[in-house]
Design a protein around this ligand. Structure first.
Ligand SMILES: Cc1cc2nc3c(=O)[nH]c(=O)nc-3n(C[C@H](O)[C@H](O)[C@H](O)COP(=O)(O)O)c2cc1C
Length: 356
């Protein structure tokens, strides 16, 4: 009976219609409040954890007990670490964290596309800022799973400062150079400036570094007419810079830039199902370039066990989800992991499927 409440069918029939009748940021606040309630955590207990050695994987040297992590953006201020890990994620990417508190872009800044299981957001890094986030992290030191902190900044010193002050709190860092909603970040999409950042980081770092790249496309057929991909050559130069500077991981990828009249800023980043196929193509390309030298995390439209297996076969070592959590509810990670187990053949495990 207990587990019925955690099934996607229950969420989709009874909870999602209520949440989706409210503005997206308000419904996220309600979901966060529920997540933090002791009674909800008691209901979840260990019901959403799937422990099976066939699901284990290793990403940037970190052992993971399943391939599904929470993508950056859900827990921007690192306030829900113990609650979200109960949803079954093997790791959490928290942030994006920046130096100074910031309101972000004017509202409305998230729009739902329910027919496509997608979202468009133009949040523009609302953040409580580094000092408050350190305070929040100190409150949730008792987590079980690895934490990757997503950090960013408008110049090299801001990113270095975030890294230094947060180093002891994270198992690895994901540097976000790819938010389509914050102009200053595009600076680091210039591979020469990125190289300068990497050289300085390499002088001080003791933790793995992952870079989160923006999307390009090989395809002439766009998912929507109004999408605006990055230039492939520019992204491949970033990948080459990562190879030269011994960066440990690449997250493929951030949201896809798109125009939208529903957002105050008229443009944002598309996430969810429509970006899945392009993300898989990017993984194939990037795996071809980096081989075994850099680990890849797949992020973009993943919502099923089959999607995870496709990403792993294309070259990823781990995956991250965000939008499918909003559409499918708190039981999604368990469903994905159980589906992976049902799709693996008797002698197969995730490690054996990873491309060489
Ligand atoms: C509302 C929202 C906020 C996000 N905020 C961030 C962020 O702060 N930093 C970041 O690197 N990515 C952010 N993302 C992008 C996600 O981490 C992820 O790359 C993207 O949504 C694609 O994955 P998905 O299709 O599983 O959602 C955000 C996405 C959404 C929908």
């Amino acid at each position: 009976m207990k587990s019925y409440f955690l099934k996607p069918q229950f969420y989709k029939s009874y909870i999602r219609p209520i949440l989706f009748s409210l503005p997206p940021e308000f419904s996220q606040k309600i979901a966060d409040m529920v997540l933090e309630k002791k009674i909800f955590q008691k209901l979840i207990s260990d019901n959403l954890l799937v422990n099976n050695p066939k699901l284990t994987t290793k990403f940037v040297g970190i052992e993971l007990n399943n391939p599904v992590g929470l993508a950056a953006g859900y827990d921007k201020n690192c306030k829900h670490i113990t609650a979200t890990e109960k949803l079954g994620f093997s790791y959490l990417v928290c942030g994006t964290i920046i130096n100074n508190p910031r309101y972000g872009n004017p509202k409305p800044r998230i729009s739902r596309l329910p027919k496509d299981n997608a979202l468009i957001n133009s949040l523009g890094f609302p953040s409580e800022g580094l000092n408050q986030i350190i305070h929040n992290l100190n409150k949730s030191k008792n987590h079980n799973n690895p934490i990757i902190l997503s950090i960013s900044g408008l110049n090299i010193n801001e990113i270095l400062n975030c890294y230094k002050k947060l180093e002891t709190y994270a198992n690895a860092f994901e540097i976000n150079i790819s938010s389509p909603n914050t102009k200053g970040l595009k600076l680091f999409q210039d591979h020469k400036i990125l190289k300068e950042l990497f050289i300085k980081l390499n002088e001080i770092r003791t933790k793995p570094i992952i870079i989160k790249i923006p999307p390009y496309t090989n395809s002439k057929k766009d998912v929507y007419k109004s999408v605006n991909y990055h230039d492939k050559n520019q992204i491949m130069k970033i990948v080459q810079t990562c190879l030269e500077q011994s960066i440990d991981g690449i997250t493929v990828s951030n949201t896809t830039p798109i125009t939208s009249n529903k957002l105050q800023s008229k443009s944002g980043g598309l996430s969810g199902k429509p970006i899945f196929e392009n993300m898989i193509e990017m993984i194939r390309d990037i795996k071809y370039e980096v081989g075994q030298k850099i680990d890849i995390s797949a992020c973009g439209g993943i919502s099923t066990g089959k999607d995870v297996l496709e990403a792993i076969k294309a070259g990823a070592k781990a995956t991250q989800i965000y939008t499918s959590l909003i559409y499918e509810g708190p039981g999604i990670v368990k469903i994905i992991n159980e589906e992976i187990l049902s799709l693996l053949k008797e002698n197969e495990d995730l490690m054996s499927l990873q491309s060489k």
